[in-house]
Every structure is written in structure tokens, then in C-alpha cells.
Design a protein around this ligand. Structure first.
Ligand code: SF4
Length: 156
């Protein structure tokens, strides 16, 4: 069983009210092997909403109180992001999930790389807030892009 970013499964929860339809992940969900979650909505963010990025650090730094999550207009949304991560972790624990497939580069769901806080499309190394909290709690996290590559190599 996998926790999966809901926006990859046709759920219109992205900041712009849109979504993706990842065929491989939809197939996984159709087989009853995925639980869709949107940490930003779980943290009380509206949809659509202003885009946000982690400014001056990573999801780990946000959890450690060393940097903030800001909207493109300068609103501090850190509390929503931390709350959403904690709610997502509750769902993972309640369902006994040990693996997650999350949307690449998101300030919540990003794994390995995230947008750099300048709203310019550039990335830096690091995890989103939710990805980091899941990893700290023993859950294996991969991005949708990693999942696609792995799937091409074997049968996940
Ligand atoms: S990337 Fe994560 S937080 Fe952002 S819309 Fe998708 S599921 Fe929600």
C-alpha cells in the first residue's frame, strides 16, 4: 500500500485548481494499492491558492523552525504546511503505510529536490515538509518521476 499525492490521481487539489493524470499511479490506485492525500488541503489551504515555496532552506529546516514557507505574495503559510504534514503522517500511521509516492519538487511533497524559494522554477536539494516528516518517521518516499523510472526497470 502506498500513500500517493492526490494531484497525481486526477484530484483537482493543485494550487491552480488543476491536477495530473498519472496512468501508472491510477492503475496502482485501481488495484486498491494507493491512498490519495493532499497535505496542503489537509493543512487548511484553499484551492485554488497562491503558489508557495520554502524560503532559505528545506522541509527539514521548516520542521526544525529554521525557515518558513511563504506565498508568492509574502504570506507566511508555514503553519498550514506543518499541520498538513502532521495530518498526512496520521493517515499513513492509521493505514499502516510504509511507502509514499509524492509529487516532485513541491514544497510539501517534493523528495530530493524542491523549488528554491525564488519562484523562478529553479530547484535546490532537499525535501518538502511532508516528505521530510514521513521520512523522519520511517516511511520510504519516492517522487512520481522516480516511480516512473523504477517502473520502467521492474514491476512495482
Ligand atoms: S503536490 Fe502534494 S500538496 Fe501539492 S497539490 Fe499535490 S498532493 Fe497537494
Amino acid at each position: 500500500m502506498y500513500l500517493v499525492s492526490a494531484c497525481l490521481l486526477g484530484v483537482n487539489c493543485r494550487y491552480d485548481g488543476g491536477c495530473f493524470n498519472n496512468e501508472s499511479l491510477l492503475e496502482l490506485t485501481g488495484r486498491g494499492q494507493a491512498i490519495p492525500v493532499c497535505p496542503e488541503q489537509l493543512g487548511g489551504c484553499k484551492t485554488p491558492r497562491l503558489p508557495c515555496e520554502i524560503c532559505g532552506g528545506s522541509g527539514g529546516d521548516v520542521l526544525d523552525g529554521k525557515c518558513r514557507v511563504m506565498s508568492v505574495k509574502g504570506e507566511d503559510k508555514t503553519d498550514n504546511y506543518i499541520s498538513g504534514a502532521m495530518e498526512t503522517l496520521k493517515i499513513a500511521k492509521a493505514c499502516g503505510v510504509k511507502k509514499a509516492i509524492l509529487k516532485a519538487r513541491s514544497p510539501s511533497c517534493g523528495c530530493g529536490k524542491i523549488y528554491d524559494g525564488t519562484f523562478s522554477g529553479k530547484t535546490v536539494c532537499g525535501n518538502g515538509v511532508t516528505a521530510e516528516l514521513l521520512i523522519r518517521n520511517g516511511i520510504e518516499v519516492m517522487s512520481d518521476e522516480d516511480f516512473g523510472e523504477q517502473r520502467r526497470g521492474d514491476d512495482i
